[in-house]
Structure formats: structure tokens, C-alpha cells
Design a protein around this ligand. Sequence first.
Ligand code: PAF
Length: 283
Amino acid sequence: MLTIATIAEMKDAARAEKSAGRTIGFVPTMGYLHEGHLSLVRASKAATDSTVVSIFVNPAQFGPQEDYARYPRDFERDSAFLIGEGADILFFPEAAEMYPPDFRTFVEVERLQDKLCGRTRPGHFRGVCTVVLKLFEIIRPEKAYFGQKDAQQALILKKMAADFNLDVELDVRPIVREPDGLAMSSRNQYLSPGDRRAAVVLNRSLEAAAAAIRGGERRPDVVIGLIRGLLGREPAARIEYVEIVEARLLEAAPDAGPGRLIALAVYFGNTRLIDNLIIPAEG
Ligand code: PAF
């Protein structure tokens, strides 16, 4: 695996892949890799000739009170995982090169960026879109891989790619969960042992909602009430939001029918976790 730290070298390497007729699959990450990220690397390796993984803790997507400084970082560990998966290139740029002092251009996807997580994380998706567009421009991948756990991020990035006519196909892969159902996240490692045990309530409440919907329940307020009730029984959980939205503009859905997104954000101590479920088609 080639490790590259500068934009110029990454552009050269990407150009070399293309001149050799090799397609590029790209997995953008903020590091502290887990099985969810590695599933994206595997998907990229299966579908493209050369897999580039970026590790960049993007300051532009963190609010001033958020965890940028303490976000987990472990380059050696991540690098070993990526070598194990057979990634071809690890791009590990410096914040000072990605955002020089005179950096002024940001990307916003209007309306979508203000819903769900955007309500309490103003500027977050602007930072995500800006860095992802920069990375796309540097790496020029044919395919890029994202996790469904960040459902709103995936939707927003797809809209950005469509609106800017980007020549990259976004592949959004299923949520990877721990054996007890907790969605994998680099932030899970912040949880105290007690909060870690409590956090299984996220997936359990989504599963209970899915069961109610399978049983014929379609009223969004009833399904949301069920989820809130289950979360409310867990003293460690502090709900930020539970919503059922339609999947195009993320507006409140009139029913809990197939294709709707049930999304939630919940705190355990200072750790904010998200999870979601797309209501499957009937039968
Ligand atoms: O999902 C993430 O880890 C980040 O938001 C991303 C896409 C790597 C952009 O910094």
C-alpha cells in the first residue's frame, strides 16, 4: 500500500492509475477504522481496480463545541487494517494543506443540510460536502463508498454529485453492527462500559418499530412514540431527535410506509450516537 500525504502526489498517483486504464474506488474516512469502513474497502476492491482510502479528520465539519480535538486517531492501527484489506493507496493529507489560511469556498446543499442532524450541527454538512468535493477532485474516483449509518450525509452527497454533474457513482452500503446490534461508529469507543451496554437500546427500538410496522402500524406518531418510549426506559439515553421522514427532502413523512427513513440521534453521557432504518417494502 502506498501512503501519500500531499495533494500533488495524490493527484499524480490518481493520474497514473487512469493512464494505466485502472478504475479508482474511493473510501473517504476520518480514521479510527472499524468493520463498517473495512466493508466499504472490500466493496471497492470487488468493483474497481484501485482502492484509495483517505484518512482526514476534517475540521470543517466539527462545531466549536464538538469533539475535533479528541476525535480518536491511530494512524498505525488504521494503516495495518488497510494493508490487511489490500487497499492500494492511503491518502493522509494535512489540515494545513487541505485548508490553507486563505481558504474561502464552501459547498452547501440547501434544505437537506438543515434537517435531522443539521438542526443541532449547523455547518456540519457544509464541511462534509466541501471536503468530499475536494477529495473527489484530487482523487477523481469512478466510484465512492459511504455507509448508510450516516443516511443524511449519503443523501446530501448524492444530491451534491447530481447537482454538480460529478463523474462519480456513490455506493451507499448497509450499516454494519456489533453482535449486540449497536451500529459501528468510531465514536462508540467514547462510551463508558455502562453506556455501551445501554446503547443497544438504539437498535432495539428501531427493531421494535420495524416489528410494529410489519404488524400493520403506519401512523408515524405512534411509531415515533413507541421508539421514544423504549429509549425513555433507558436512563442513560438522552434523546436529541426521533423522526420519520420521506427519503427525498427529509420532510416529515405522512405515514410510516416503505422507503421512509426512521432516523434518531441520542446522547449517552457526552457521546452523541445516530442510527436509522429504511422501512422495507412490504412482503
Ligand atoms: O463519514 C465520515 O467519516 C466523514 O463525514 C467523511 C465522509 C469522511 C467526510 O469527512
